[in-house]
Design a protein around this ligand. Structure first.
Ligand SMILES: [Zn+2]
Length: 122
């Protein structure tokens, strides 16, 4: 699979981008309340995850792109395969977006921090 020491490892395992050891989120399950809470600092290398106020605003762009990349193909395929009304497709897209929101939230934040912090073995 993905080896330790890469951004992909950090993103897929929700680990600290600098050391790939400490957990990024308190909970493992994105659909639990603890799954959406981040640790303040890495337990292994002491990297401060919330580097400055508003740091994660850029993660919204990542979240938006993931939502479009996931929803549009599914809605388009349903449009081609099934004879359904437009509002049904809109509701389907909305349901997909809402259902994927916790996963999108976690992924967008960890992808965003990986743009700025790179793996540094200690
Ligand atoms: Zn760390």
């Amino acid at each position: 699979m993905v080896s330790k020491g890469s951004a992909a490892y950090s993103i897929l395992k929700s680990k600290c981008p600098r050391c790939n050891e400490g957990d990024y989120f308190i909970g493992k399950n994105p659909y639990s309340s603890l799954g959406l809470k981040m640790h303040e600092r890495c337990s292994h290398c002491d990297l401060k995850y919330d580097m400055e106020p508003g740091f994660y605003l850029g993660a919204m762009y990542i979240s938006y792109l993931m939502g479009v990349a996931l929803t549009l193909p599914i809605v388009f395929i349903c449009f081609l395969l099934f004879d359904v009304e437009l509002y049904v497709l809109l509701v389907l897209g909305l349901v997909i977006l809402i259902a994927m929101m916790p996963i999108s939230y976690r992924l967008s934040r960890i992808i965003w921090i990986n743009f700025f912090v790179h793996y540094t073995p200690t």
